[in-house]
Design a protein around this ligand. Structure first.
Ligand code: SF4
Length: 354
């Protein structure tokens, strides 16, 4: 893969972004921000799944108290997501936000944007200029340009305005719901701007469609060395966004968090009910941090080979599974014990590495 594009780094709380820092995985809470306990509960679940930065919407002033409470107790840096009302962004900066995300195009007159810039400067936090196809600045909306051109022109012009105001702790995003438009826009931002890029395909859809669109769009960009932080946008539990984000990074050998599961698609030769077994093993691997290869295979055609190559594996037969660890067959277990046997071997391997 081409070398990762170098950028001007920023800090989001304790998490570095851009420069040589690892590409981070983000998500966004879906709880009512006024309910600090529910929001913190979701943040803990996101952290367990591998989320590194979490964004919270502040829909109105009534959410500010909850937002401040979450910032003070959150285990992860919090990004305040504010639209339309510059006063909310200013209040969020002093309430403990580690970063602001605004779309300057919908904040109003530039003097209001300037007040937000100054508040972020005082709080020493970065701002993401989050241009979005759904909320482009009015001056670009009616132009007869391709959408990617409008997104890039809007983002670049806001960056220059921020620079003129002496502010350069900037992160940029330019998301569209179309994969090719998003890819086009980010490629050009990467050429034109020195700032970290937050990449994503916005409003990508429900789990299946959104995962495919995000994997294709983010995969193309990451494979070209573009992107410093990512959010997979799904109409689903945000924990799933984090899991998909990590799988995208792992598939490109950029970053891995925990075990990699290899499982066969099953076919007429499979003589156990392998799909629920593989799904349950995948679910139980979520909290594990060790980089292991785990194979769940349906029969003796490819099963023993893959299971042997993996750190831990199972090759199923008629109602049974042969469990492998470190390339050696260990024991034969009945079908209903395959999951527990695999997880036991994974736990044993992890504790031997600890
Ligand atoms: Fe079919 Fe066996 Fe291959 Fe699985 S490992 S897809 S069951 S041949």
């Amino acid at each position: 893969m081409p070398e990762r594009r170098d950028t001007r780094p920023v800090m989001v709380g304790t998490v570095p972004m851009g420069g040589r820092a690892p590409i981070t995985v983000q998500s966004m809470t879906t709880t009512d921000t006024r309910d600090a306990a529910a929001t913190l509960h979701q943040i803990v679940a996101l952290e367990e799944a591998g989320c590194e930065i979490v964004r919270i919407g502040i829909p109105g002033p009534e959410a500010l108290d909850g937002f401040a409470a979450v910032c003070s107790d959150s285990p992860l840096p919090i990004v305040a997501d504010v639209h339309f009302d510059h006063k909310l962004a200013i209040a969020a900066a002093s309430a403990g936000a580690a970063k602001l995300r605004i779309n300057p195009g919908n904040i109003g007159a530039l003097k209001r944007v300037d007040e937000v810039i100054d508040a972020a400067g005082q709080a020493e936090i970065p701002i993401r200029i989050g241009v979005n196809a759904g909320s482009l600045a009015a001056e670009y909306q009616d132009r007869d340009w391709p959408l990617a051109d409008k997104l890039v022109a809007s983002a670049v012009s806001f960056c220059h305005h921020f620079e003129d105001r002496g502010f350069s702790d900037i992160v940029v995003s330019a998301k569209a719901s179309g994969v090719s438009t998003s890819v086009d826009a980010y490629r050009r931002l990467a050429e034109e701007l020195p700032y970290p890029l937050h990449i994503g395909v916005t409003e990508a859809g429900t789990s299946l469609v959104g995962t495919v669109k995000s994997s294709v769009g983010l995969g193309i960009l990451l494979a070209e060395g573009i992107g410093d932080t990512l959010r997979v946008s799904l109409t689903a539990d945000p924990v799933d966004e984090v899991l998909v984000g990590w799988e995208i990074l792992a598939a490109l050998n950029i970053r891995r968090r925990g075990p990699e599961l290899i499982s066969c698609p099953t076919c007429a030769r499979c003589e156990v009910d392998l799909i629920p077994i593989a799904q349950e093993v995948q679910r139980r691997l979520v909290g594990h941090r060790t980089e292991l290869k785990v194979a769940v295979m349906g029969c003796v055609v490819n099963g023993p080979g893959e299971a042997r190559e993996a750190d831990v594996g199972v090759a199923a037969g008629k109602g049974v599974g042969v469990v492998f660890a470190r390339g050696r067959p260990l024991r034969r277990v009945p079908e209903e014990q395959i999951i527990d046997a695999l997880i036991d071997e994974i736990d044993a391997l992890e504790s031997s590495q600890a």
